[in-house]
Design a protein around this ligand. Structure first.
Ligand code: 5GP
Length: 185
């Protein structure tokens, strides 16, 4: 059996968080902790929510190739630390839950990563799920939908595509993928 870096990705509203949480109840995975330049929010602990670093330190790490992927959101950097993930991989498989662009960047810097794209059964379902989150305005829903179209268009670059229509089925399929990859030669 080998330890594998699994990247679970998919558009906002597809249910990544729920599927990943269920998987974590069934199997021991290491999770990555990202680095960020944004200040900690109340209750966020160093090394748990994130590793909080300065812009200077973050940029120096970019130069060194210290991130499997990184991006800027709302004026702050966020990245997946390579050394942290590689250290974790010595002990067990590692699971990253990350957006589609981030997932594709991980594959570039770490080609052995196994990329899984979680997709909605159809566009209407995704729309309903996004609308069901009260936190999102109409404009936000429509932005997320157009982003989702772009993200779903990247499916062929992923190793596996799992349809999240029925949660039990999606969880089972993902579990099977993980077992198959861990047991591959
Ligand atoms: P927040 O500041 O609310 O914790 O996160 C803001 C955004 O950063 C979220 O969309 C989150 O998914 C994204 N994010 C968190 N960690 C990483 C990371 O390691 N890499 C990338 N590319 N995005 C991240």
């Amino acid at each position: 059996m080998r330890n594998v870096l699994f990247v679970v990705s998919g558009p906002s509203g597809v249910g990544k968080g729920t599927v990943v949480k269920r998987l974590l109840c069934r199997k021991r995975f290491a999770l990555s902790v990202s680095c960020t330049t944004r200040p900690p929010r109340a209750g966020e602990e160093e090394g748990k929510a994130y590793f909080f670093v300065t812009r200077e330190k973050f940029e120096a790490e970019i130069e060194r190739g210290g991130f499997l992927e990184y991006d800027e959101h709302f004026g702050n950097y966020y990245g997946t630390p390579r050394a942290f993930v590689e250290e974790r991989l010595k002990e067990s498989s590692v699971l990253l839950e990350i957006d589609v662009v981030g997932a594709l960047n991980v594959k570039k810097s770490y080609p052995k990563a196994v990329l899984v794209l979680l997709v909605p059964p159809d566009e209407e379902t995704l729309k309903e799920r996004l609308k069901g989150r009260d936190s999102e305005s109409d404009e936000e829903v429509s932005n997320r939908l157009s982003r989702a179209k772009f993200e779903l268009g990247q499916a062929e670059k992923f190793d596996y595509v799992v349809v999240n229509g029925d949660l039990d089925t999606a969880e089972r399929e993902l579990f099977e993928i993980i077992s198959k990859e861990e047991n591959a030669e």
